[in-house]
Structure formats: structure tokens, C-alpha cells
Design a protein around this ligand. Structure first.
Ligand code: SF4
Length: 253
């Protein structure tokens, strides 16, 4: 696999994503390969343009400007599935949900649930660690207007699929928003998880337990922690806490 100037293995096509994901032996390999991925031309162009133009408040910082891989230990029993990195959040700091308002919400909630060692997430070297929880995004590159296309979602899905496969203790998935929900169900189906018909519908507090090859897997829905939801009161802290408390309970406490 060819490497870029920073040493990351380069993936340029959807077939390359599928192959690179399938042959990744552990989460570290997935993370490294994700970091060098260039399979979606529109998203590559956007993430790199944002990294050059920057937001005025961050003009002195060097943006990451790459795909953002997942975060959290391989023995996690709880997964959190988000949409995609924010242009000036993860795309700037290089860590998922780090450096933006959405991250302020989710990490504070994970801390209240006992799944993070601190309530804030401001930079990649701030000491934040997760316990029993891994956060991933359905799409790993920051999209214009926070809106990946269905084709980009599908191209990126092998990274998500392999990452979930490499979490052998996974019991619960908390999905933030309808986009993540619709991206996740086909990934689970391809992994041999039985998806009922009609498909389970996304909603805040939605809960469905599915039969998977490794045992039961419960999928919980939560409104996304975007400012659109948190500023308007559509998603409140108690609402998010209730979903995470349920996830911890289902995972075995
Ligand atoms: S969105 Fe996913 S598949 Fe597309 S370039 Fe980024 S990491 Fe690669």
C-alpha cells in the first residue's frame, strides 16, 4: 500500500476501502488506514480546503485536514455512532467530536455516565480517555453542510463495519441521529445481524435488540448532539443522560 507524505497508507477507491478494511488486523490498523483515505473526492477537497482557509478564531492552528478515526478501547461494550467530523472540530483537532459544541455535549454526558475520565474534549493531547466505550462516525471526513451523500456513506461503510467487528465485547450501540441509524443498519445486516422487517425506525429513545453472530446487540437511538438540537431544546441533557444510562445498564453496568 503506497504511503503519503506523512506516512499514512493511501486508499483512493471504494474497492480500496473495502479491501483495506477487510484486511486490517486490529483497530490500530483501521485507524491508520482511515487516516490516509482519499476515496471520496468531494470530501477530500472540502476537508483540505477547510484546513487551509480555516476559521478566523483558529487561524494560528494547524488543521488535521484528514479523515477522523474512532476513539476508545478495543474491549468496549458500548459504541457511540455519530454522523461525521465537524469542519472546525474533528477536522481541525484530529480527534472525533473534539473542539466543537457537539463534542462538549457528548463528552460531558459520557463523563456523567462514567464512560470518560473528564467532561471536556478540547485537543488531541488533553488527556481524555474513554472506558468501555468507543466513538465512531458513520462517515470519517467532514462534509460540506454536515451532509454526506448516500454514495459517500456507502463508500465509507467498510471502515465502520470492520471497526465494529474488531470490538468483540460490543453489546450496545448508541446512534446519534437518523443518518447514523440509516448508515448502521445495512452494516449490521452485512455482518450477519438479523434486521427485522419493517426495519426499526429511528427516534430518540428507540431501542431494538437484534440477534447477532456474537450474541444479542441492542441499538439505542438518540437525537444528535448538534447545536441544531441542543440550542433549540430538542435534545436536553436529561434526555441524553437517559439514553446513556440505559446503554450502561444493557452493557452490564
Ligand atoms: S469519507 Fe470515508 S471513504 Fe470517504 S474519503 Fe473519507 S474516510 Fe475515505
Amino acid at each position: 500500500m503506497a504511503r503519503d507524505a506523512d506516512g499514512y497508507p493511501v486508499t483512493r477507491t471504494p474497492a480500496g476501502v473495502a479491501r483495506g478494511a477487510r484486511t486490517a488486523v486490529d483497530l490500530a490498523a483501521v485507524d491508520e488506514r482511515v487516516s490516509g483515505c482519499r476515496a471520496c473526492p468531494r470530501l477530500v477537497a472540502w476537508r483540505e480546503e477547510v484546513a487551509v482557509v480555516k476559521r478566523a478564531a483558529f487561524r494560528d492552528q494547524v488543521y488535521w485536514g484528514r479523515p477522523v478515526h474512532g476513539m476508545g478501547p478495543a474491549d468496549a461494550r458500548i459504541g457511540v455512532v455519530g454522523l461525521a467530523p465537524a469542519a472546525h472540530g474533528g477536522n481541525r483537532t484530529g480527534r472525533i467530536f473534539t473542539g466543537d459544541r457537539s463534542g462538549d455535549w457528548i463528552f460531558a454526558a459520557l463523563w456523567r455516565a462514567g464512560l470518560a475520565n473528564q467532561p471536556t474534549s478540547v485537543s488531541i493531547d488533553d488527556g481524555l480517555e474513554l472506558t468501555d466505550c468507543r466513538i465512531v462516525a458513520a462517515v470519517r471526513c467532514a462534509p460540506p453542510d454536515n451532509a454526506p451523500t448516500p454514495a459517500e456513506r456507502d463508500t465509507c461503510s467498510p471502515w465502520l463495519a470492520r471497526e465494529l467487528e474488531l470490538l468483540p465485547r460490543l453489546r450496545v450501540l448508541v446512534v446519534l441521529g437518523g443518518f447514523g441509524w440509516s448508515a448502521l443498519l445495512p452494516v449490521l445486516a452485512r455482518a450477519g445481524v438479523e434486521i427485522p422487517r419493517p426495519k426499526p425506525r429511528f427516534g430518540h429513545g428507540a431501542e431494538v435488540t437484534l440477534a447477532g453472530p456474537g450474541g444479542p446487540l441492542t441499538v439505542l437511538g438518540s437525537y444528535h448532539v448538534s447545536q441544531q438540537n441542543t440550542f433549540t431544546g430538542r435534545l436536553t441533557e436529561p434526555m441524553l443522560d437517559a439514553v446513556l444510562t440505559r446503554a450502561v445498564e444493557l452493557a452490564g453496568g
